[in-house]
Design a binder for this molecule. Structure first.
Ligand code: S5P
Length: 272
């Protein structure tokens, strides 16, 4: 199974350019930490990313929450991505018919496909959502993650829904590179498993100091997520930068290194 192999072994044979770049970055920087930068002002956004940059394999954005968004913000983000060596994941959670998501992905104010190496989608509309996004993203070497499960209390993405998400991904392996999920998916919907399949599992709902946020979010530790559940990347937001305003430089750097170290130790414990 993929999670018994090293990130480097998986990078060497992964067919999708965005997934390969992510696995290579994880190995090169010895970090499976993705920071989710959920702040609303451009200055805070760039500041947090610049601070956490050395500690992360990937930065996750919600570009639609930035209240003073301008196209130059994307240029700055791309510069930081090159200088700090991280992959960009826009957490857009597409959820519409293929034609609409293709337009949302390619056009509008944000032109996500032109800069985000990875994005994600809810499988709820059926396979047309993957075809629509693939028509835009595949020629650009992008990758898609399907939300097979969610971290929140009372999530409806369970059971037969999760199984359908896995089947959908297996039918589009050239573009769907993995899942947002809380555990590995190899044992889900097992009727057509190719032993060579390697879906990345990116896992939000990670925190070391608290188990929830009072609005449905549920947190597990890097050890629970990476060692015990076999996931590949921990996604951490507020655990690293709090509210994200009045950024305390040393505190943010210290938290980023703390999560990086925990995540990497949890990975080493898993592959030994
Ligand atoms: O199931 C999910 C899927 C996602 S992508 N649960 C989540 O929390 N997320 C995202 O991860 C969410 O939109 C947010 O950007 C981040 C978690 O942030 P935190 O501050 O709770 O760590």
């Amino acid at each position: 199974m993929a999670h018994r192999q090293t990130y480097a072994q998986r990078a060497a044979k992964h067919p999708n350019p965005a997934a390969k770049a992510l696995l290579e970055t994880i190995e090169r920087k010895k970090t499976n930490l993705c920071v989710s930068v959920d702040v609303t002002k451009s200055d805070d956004f760039l500041k947090v990313i610049d601070l956490v940059g050395p500690y992360v394999c990937m930065v996750k954005t919600h570009v639609d929450i930035i209240e003073d968004f301008a196209p130059t913000l994307i240029e700055r983000l791309q510069e930081l991505s090159v200088n700090h060596d991280f992959v960009i994941f826009e957490d857009r959670k597409f959820a519409d018919i293929g034609n609409t998501v293709a337009l949302q992905y390619a056009a509008g104010v944000h032109k996500i496909a032109s800069w985000a190496h990875l994005t994600n989608a809810h499988p709820v509309p059926g396979p047309g959502i993957v075809s629509g996004l693939a028509a835009v993203g595949r020629p650009l070497g992008r990758g898609l993650l399907l939300l097979a499960e969610m971290s929140t209390k009372g999530s409806l993405a369970t059971g037969a829904y999760t199984e359908a998400a896995v089947r959908m991904a297996r039918e589009h392996r050239d573009f769907v590179v993995g899942f947002i999920a809380q555990r590995r998916m190899e044992s889900v919907a097992t009727e057509s498993v190719d032993p060579e399949e390697d879906f990345l599992i990116l896992t939000p709902g990670v925190g070391l100091d608290t188990r929830g946020d009072g609005m449905g979010q549920q947190y597990r530790t890097p050890k629970e997520v990476i060692t015990e559940a076999g996931c590949d990347v921990i996604i951490v937001g507020r655990g690293i930068y709090g509210k994200g305003d009045n950024v305390d430089v040393q505190a943010v750097q210290a938290q980023a290194e703390r999560y990086r170290a925990e995540g990497w130790a949890a990975y080493l414990a898993r592959i030994q």
